[in-house]
Design a protein around this ligand. Sequence first.
Ligand SMILES: [Zn+2]
Length: 204
Amino acid sequence: MQGYIIDIKPVKDDDLIVSILTETSILTTYRFYGARHSNINIGYKIDFELEDTKSTIPRLKDVIQLGFQWILDYEKMYCWQRFVKLFYPHLKELEEIDAFYFYNLDNLVHIMIKQNALRAICESYITILEYEGRLHTDYECLICENKIIENISLVRGFLPVHAKCTYSKIFDLKKIKELFEQKKLINLTDEEVEYLWEIILQGL
Ligand SMILES: [Zn+2]
């Protein structure tokens, strides 16, 4: 089986509870601390086997790390790990998940070979919002419920608000429309992309 490690919790004796996003579910597994073990880290894509135990949590074994081309790029890896970590609180309550999430991450790994990490992640996040039906292209302010015709601002979940209703960063509406409707970030400055990244870090 293959999956992405989205959460790690240390338990007694250096053992770990490892949560893995696979094509169809979020698996909670138990990792015994052993003499031979490959690296386990948030964001890693792994191939693995599960072994049933007396406990309700299956044992994680035969772990092989599947590398990314940019795994040694510290910058990219740092952003990637912070992003992938957000999937745990977002999906953990669900017993079954759609393959969309797994393949969306696969796709992002590929895109990040060439593209700037934050821009690639923002673009990927837009596809998640769209898939979940949470992309608000009606451009109505969450606070006052009036139409936004200029000076848009975004809050958690990229919900649109008037800049004047929240006193937060102003974006050109045209640029946000491009982002939401064409998934184009080309006209956003690096500073703006970093601001969007900070919003994503508040939670998917
Ligand atoms: Zn408003």
